[in-house]
Design a protein around this ligand. Structure first.
Ligand code: RP5
Length: 178
């Protein structure tokens, strides 16, 4: 029988190639905080600390992590390299740098070879990466799934309020789309 996990043991790791990615990657952490998912935030570089990066990926599942969110910019190898040394789902966040508007980061992350998947979100799409991690965890957690449903109702209400403001029509309230 395995030892009980501490309540705060991280289930998700938000990792990035440099602290210069933090302003974007903070969005993932904010979504995890919103859903009270225990997580850790780390800088792990595929190029500057390659050995530590590989060890991090190899040890992640054994530490109890369930999902890795990896953000990087430019020659963005971090998500793919982590995916190559773990069986955990890896969500890649292309971080836009000053040049090329993040297209370099996007293509570096999304064009993985067969057999080594990285679920790639939009350029700077860290908030969706956090939400996707929550969705993955919610597959086996009905309470978390219920909170995701409440979140979807909330963003539907926001969209309906925008419609009312733009169109001048009364807010429609809960509908088939809410
Ligand atoms: C990548 O290089 C990092 O993910 C970052 O997006 C980019 C630039 O890093 P810094 O030079 O700002 O540290 O590895």
């Amino acid at each position: 029988m395995s030892a009980a996990r501490p309540a705060t043991a991280p289930l998700v790791a938000v990792v990035m190639g440099s602290s210069s990615d933090l302003s974007v990657m903070q969005g993932a952490a904010e979504m995890l905080e919103r859903f009270e998912v225990p997580h850790e935030v780390r800088v792990v570089s595929a190029h500057r600390t390659p050995r530590q990066m590989l060890a991090f990926g190899q040890e992640a599942a054994g530490r109890g992590l369930r999902v890795l969110i990896a953000g990087a910019g430019g020659a963005a190898h971090l998500p793919g390299m982590l995916a190559s040394v773990t069986t955990l789902p890896v969500i890649g966040v292309p971080v836009a740098l000053d040049r090329l508007d993040g297209l370099d980061s996007l293509l570096s992350i999304v064009q993985m070879p067969r057999g080594v998947p990285v679920a790639t979100v939009a350029v700077n799409g860290a908030r969706n990466a956090g939400l996707l991690a929550v969705r993955i965890l919610a597959v086996g957690d009905p309470a978390l799934a219920a909170r995701l449903t409440a979140f979807q109702d909330e963003i539907a209400s926001e969209a309906q309020a925008q419609d009312a403001q733009v169109s001048g029509r009364p807010a429609s309230g809960r509908s088939a789309d809410a």
